[in-house]
Design a protein around this ligand. Structure first.
Ligand SMILES: [Zn+2]
Length: 213
């Protein structure tokens, strides 16, 4: 059983660092979908820490806008600018893109040369949903092959607390934790950019055509 933990909306010097410490404690990996305009002199070192820990950095746009309102040129620019920055800092260009708010349309698939990733989430951006509820939802919902959608938003301690409970539980159940790229690679799947699929599980392409639009 294999899953990929993913974290959106970093990098920052608080929650991103706490999540990295937890991953290190349990010797597991994850993928971080980062917002380009949060990269600055102080967060560059966090990106380097993510890469050095064996985790991967993917693309979550430059300004975190509702992108379906943008022109094709602007859609492309949002992702290209972020990919360029990530590549300059880490030496690796992102393969995957998570649309902000999972707001997508056909123009985005046509304009952005990355594989689109959604995921199974537990509304962990909502402060009213506390750690205990996040734990119970995660343990109920997540299954083999899932991409787990979480947030390392600044101040999102409830997710850090939830992970302290959930990770050892999943380890005891026999789950392995991979990056999104590893999850596809180990299943011998090569998702293509512009395939019109929003992946939440590695079997989405075969099972139900993903959430095709
Ligand atoms: Zn986001």
């Amino acid at each position: 059983m294999k899953i990929a933990l993913t974290f959106d909306d970093g990098p920052n010097l608080g929650t991103t660092v706490d999540v990295l410490a937890l991953l290190k404690k349990y010797k597991i990996k994850a993928s971080f979908f980062i917002i380009g305009n949060l990269i600055n002199d102080s967060t560059i070192k966090i990106l380097k820490q993510i890469t050095e820990s064996g985790c991967e950095i993917e693309n979550h746009s430059f300004t975190h806008s509702f992108m379906t309102h943008l022109t094709k040129q602007e859609m492309w620019y949002e992702t290209d600018k972020t990919s360029n920055l990530i590549e300059e800092i880490t030496g690796r260009r992102p393969r995957f893109f998570r649309p902000p708010y999972i707001d997508v349309n056909q123009e985005m698939f046509d304009s952005i040369p990355l594989v689109f990733i959604s995921g199974e989430g537990v509304e962990d951006w909502n402060d009213e949903i506390k750690a205990e509820e996040r734990v119970s939802r995660l343990l109920t919902k997540i299954r083999d092959g899932d991409i787990v959608l979480l947030h390392d938003l600044e101040g999102n301690m409830e997710t850090v607390k939830a992970l302290e409970v959930v990770i050892p539980e999943w380890i005891a159940e026999g789950y392995e934790f991979l990056t999104v790229a590893e999850l596809f690679d180990q299943a011998n799947k090569t998702p293509k950019a512009q395939d019109g699929i929003l992946y939440s599980n590695i079997n989405d392409a075969e099972e139900k055509g993903g959430e095709q639009i």
